[in-house]
Design a protein around this ligand. Structure first.
Ligand SMILES: Nc1nc2c(ncn2[C@@H]2O[C@H](COP(=O)(O)OP(=O)(O)OP(=O)(O)O)[C@@H](O)[C@H]2O)c(=O)[nH]1
Ligand SMILES: [Mg+2]
Length: 347
């Protein structure tokens, strides 16, 4: 038998069922699953930014843009694309997936370790399909991270549907990051709406990259899937912390990240923190560790911490800090106990 130097084919094995050692030699399979219109916009932004290390999948109702999207798998919902538009099925929050659609989604997700389910919650396709995709992803054994944009308050009735969609999505995700479009009004009141959405889409991009790059790309400090799993499995609602600035003033960037008006970060509590530091050639692992330590001390409480750092091309003198604080739900125990003492892991 000739010896093939290829990796074993991915199986439906979950991170939890895989031996720790095995995980450290196999790169995790990461899938970004965008659902509905807002999800598709976020995916296009990810493509423009140049996400590496993850596969992409787009699930939406038929449209011209669906034919143009760059993704590993494109799943068009609501009937046959060849039909005239008037014969296509309309979708709404109560729509169901056909057996065939479910099977296609399940087979695209087979063997993945982490799935990001990205959507807007406007009451139509994104709202109904995202919880179903999350459910299928979880069934396949992946860690499921939801990222959802909520509609503007002025969108009225949509908000009620959004809330119930959000509860459903939360129930099927290990962790969920909620981005409120209302906050865009405070930050960028004079921007055209498309530009304002782009600010949110960039936050989605940064959080997906903050997970994916240190798991899959050469890094100053890389992250291990098993550590990530420990932090994010069944961790409830998470807050995104994001800031960027000059590499000579990391303290200022940390302060800005902690009071970023786009992010719902007044919780003042949480259980786990994933920190990803990106800088230029001047960044070292010692500096990155100091930045993480300063961020944690400014948080004012001590969650369990994993951190990672990379140098990125074109990041000369720039520093970006992306962090995800898990377990911020109101109904969670405030006292995380001994298991959650300050603990920096990484290599
Ligand atoms: N951040 C962001 N938010 C968006 C974008 N497009 C729309 N939104 C907001 O997200 C909400 C819902 O997104 P949609 O994708 O329309 O969700 P949906 O109505 O469930 O699904 P569709 O059938 O695709 O319309 C809207 O009410 C908008 O406030 C976008 O590109 N970026
Ligand atoms: Mg909509």
């Amino acid at each position: 038998m000739p010896h093939h130097h290829c990796e074993p084919p991915p199986t439906t094995q979950t991170l939890a069922r895989t031996e720790d050692n095995e995980l450290r030699i196999r790169k995790p399979l990461i899938m970004v699953a965008s659902c509905g219109g807002a999800g598709m916009n976020a995916l296009e932004n990810l493509n423009r930014t140049g996400l590496r290390g993850a596969k992409k999948m787009c699930i939406n109702t038929a449209s011209r843009r669906m034919n143009e999207i760059d993704a590993f798998e494109v799943i068009t919902l609501g009937g046959n694309q060849e039909l005239e538009p008037t014969h296509r099925m309309e979708t709404n929050a109560n729509s169901t997936l056909s057996l065939l659609e479910k099977e296609r989604i399940a087979s695209a997700l087979e063997g993945t370790d982490v799935v990001f389910v990205i959507c807007g919650l406007g009451g139509d396709t994104g709202t109904y399909v995202a919880p179903k995709v999350a459910d299928i992803a979880r069934e396949s054994g992946a860690l499921v991270v939801g990222i959802a944009c909520t509609p503007f308050s002025v969108e009225g009735g949509r908000c009620i549907i959004a809330r119930s969609g959000l509860e459903l999505l939360r129930a099927h995700c290990d962790t969920i990051i909620i981005l409120e479009n209302d906050r865009l009004l405070e930050l960028v009141p004079n921007l055209p709406i498309g530009k304002a959405f782009q600010a949110m889409d960039q936050l989605i991009t940064e959080s997906v990259m903050g997970f994916t790059e240190p798991l899959t790309q050469e890094s100053l400090i890389s992250m291990h899937s098993s550590d990530l799993l420990g932090l994010f499995k069944n961790s409830g609602t998470a807050a995104l912390i994001y800031g960027e600035g000059s590499s000579s003033e990391p303290g200022r960037t940390i302060d800005e990240a902690l009071k970023n008006p786009l992010l719902d970060f007044d919780a003042g509590r949480g259980q786990g923190l994933m920190v990803h530091i990106v800088g230029g050639p001047e960044l070292t692992s010692e500096k990155a560790t100091e930045i993480t330590q300063e961020l944690v001390s400014k948080l004012g409480f001590t969650p369990r911490v994993i951190h990672s750092a990379r140098r990125r091309d074109g990041h000369q003198d720039r520093l970006t800090i992306t962090a995800i604080l898990t377990g911020i739900d109101d109904d969670r125990d405030d006292d995380p106990g001994e298991a959650f003492s300050m603990e920096l892991t990484g290599t």
